[in-house]
Every structure is written in structure tokens, then in C-alpha cells.
Design a binder for this molecule. Structure first.
Ligand SMILES: Cc1cc2nc3c(=O)[nH]c(=O)nc-3n(C[C@H](O)[C@H](O)[C@H](O)COP(=O)(O)O)c2cc1C
Length: 228
């Protein structure tokens, strides 16, 4: 069960956007969280603070609150700004190509804003999963510093690789970063915490077309400079 090779796990992981309606047993959640807790961090600070939510009512309540906020025309309500404020190329182009590829696969017209919005709202329905890890951090740690955010990114990847190791799918969510303050309020977390992101985990629906989407990566040599 735990014998997946690390390279296979890295290359085998991809974002899952439709899960089976099947809970992830608590002991598997614990194993994933124990593995991710081994993530290195600067000065071994281990800044991540996780709420592992499997309570269906709570997940519905969080999703309802975000969707109602968006539908009422509410702006983002966040602790940190995840996406670039100025989308320069080539990143802008990569974003557009990746989004367009997903909508094309799903047969959604690029002008069909209504369907696209409903697809985005699937984020707040947790893609049908019953377990979401919400990752917070003490606000004070990122007061004038970014290092703990680097640590939390490594933690995110380890959550996903550990999930992969236990045969589960996962989806990282910046869509929740944008409404972090709503989530903090509904979950009633202490005032000193800021939501960074969430990771949905669960049993992948292997029949679902959306889960076949594998956006391409730029060739390694385009992003690496070897100095020899
Ligand atoms: C920090 C972060 C936030 C993301 N946020 C979302 C999200 O809110 N919803 C979503 O469907 N995918 C989200 N993704 C998934 C990316 O779109 C995906 O990782 C990328 O397109 C590469 O595809 P892959 O994960 O299938 O390899 C996020 C990924 C990362 C790393």
C-alpha cells in the first residue's frame, strides 16, 4: 500500500476534479498528515496549521457561504494574494492554454460563462469529495516575510504525494485562498490564523472525463539554466 516509488508519485500525480462519494478513513488521513509533517521548513519552524474537515455539513456550509458571497457580487475576501496581480507572459499564456484545454475537453464553449462559473463552483463543492485539508498559518509569521509560504508550498506537495502514495487523488485549491476570510469565519478558527490554501483528497472517479486532463509542461530546458 505504501510502496510507490517517489518519481512515480511525482509523475503520476495530477489534479483530480471528480471524486467518488466515499469517505477517506481517518487512519489514512492521519498517515498522510504524518508524512506531510516531515516536510522541511526554515529553522524547522513547521508553520502549517491544518484543519482536516470531513464533516459534510461543515463542508457544505463553507461552500454555500463562498458561493452566496460570489453570487451576491462580493469581491475576494482573502488573507494572501495568491495569483499574480500583473499576468505577464509566458505565464499568462500558460494560464489561458491550461484553462482553455480543460474547457475544450469538457465540451464547454469559451463564451459559455455560466457553465464555466458552475465548473469553478465545483471547487466549493469539493469536487464531490468528503475530505478537505485547510492549511492555515499564524498571521505574524508572514508579517513582512515570505519564507513560511515557501515551507507551506512544500507541505502542500507532500500532502498530495502522500495521498498519491495511498492511492488517493487530490486537488490543490487557490480558489479557497481567495475566500480565506470566509472560510476562517465559518470554521471559527482563532483570529491569529490566516488561510493559505486547501487540498481536497479522496477516491478518484476513474470514469470521469475531467480526471483525464493532464496539462502539458514546458520542456525542462526552458526553465533551467545549467551552469557547468
Ligand atoms: C497553489 C495551487 C492552487 C491551485 N488552485 C486550483 C483551484 O483552485 N482549482 C483547481 O481546479 N485547480 C487548482 N490548481 C491546480 C492547477 O490548475 C494544476 O496543478 C495545474 O494546471 C497542473 O495540472 P496538474 O495538477 O493536473 O498536473 C492549483 C494548483 C496549485 C499548485
Amino acid at each position: 500500500m505504501e510502496s510507490i516509488n517517489v518519481i512515480d508519485a511525482i509523475k503520476g500525480r495530477s489534479s483530480t476534479r471528480k471524486f467518488l462519494d466515499k469517505p477517506v478513513p481517518k487512519e489514512i488521513q492521519e498517515k498522510i498528515l504524518e508524512a506531510a509533517a516531515m516536510t522541511p521548513s526554515g529553522a524547522n519552524m513547521q508553520p502549517w496549521i491544518v484543519y482536516a474537515v470531513s464533516n459534510k455539513e461543515m463542508l457544505t456550509k463553507i461552500g454555500d457561504a463562498i458561493i452566496a458571497h460570489i453570487e451576491a457580487g462580493g469581491d475576494v475576501d482573502q488573507f494572501i494574494q495568491y495569483y499574480p496581480v500583473n499576468w505577464i507572459n509566458p505565464y499568462k499564456k500558460r494560464r489561458i492554454v491550461t484553462g482553455a484545454g480543460l474547457y475544450k475537453l469538457m465540451g464547454v464553449d469559451r463564451h459559455d460563462d455560466e457553465t464555466r462559473q458552475q465548473m469553478w463552483f465545483d471547487n466549493y463543492r469539493w469536487f464531490g469529495s468528503q475530505t478537505v485539508f485547510f492549511v492555515f498559518m499564524e498571521k505574524e509569521l508572514i508579517n513582512g516575510a515570505q519564507g513560511p509560504l515557501i515551507d507551506s508550498g512544500a507541505y502542500m506537495q507532500n500532502l498530495m504525494l502522500a495521498a498519491e502514495g495511498y492511492g488517493l487523488g487530490s486537488c490543490p485549491q487557490g480558489s479557497t485562498t481567495e475566500y480565506g476570510k470566509i472560510i476562517a469565519r465559518v470554521l471559527d478558527v482563532p483570529e491569529n490564523l490566516a488561510l493559505l490554501y486547501s487540498v481536497v483528497i479522496g477516491y478518484e472517479d476513474k470514469e470521469a472525463k475531467i480526471n483525464t486532463y493532464q496539462p502539458a509542461r514546458v520542456p525542462m530546458n526552458d526553465t533551467v539554466t545549467f551552469v557547468e
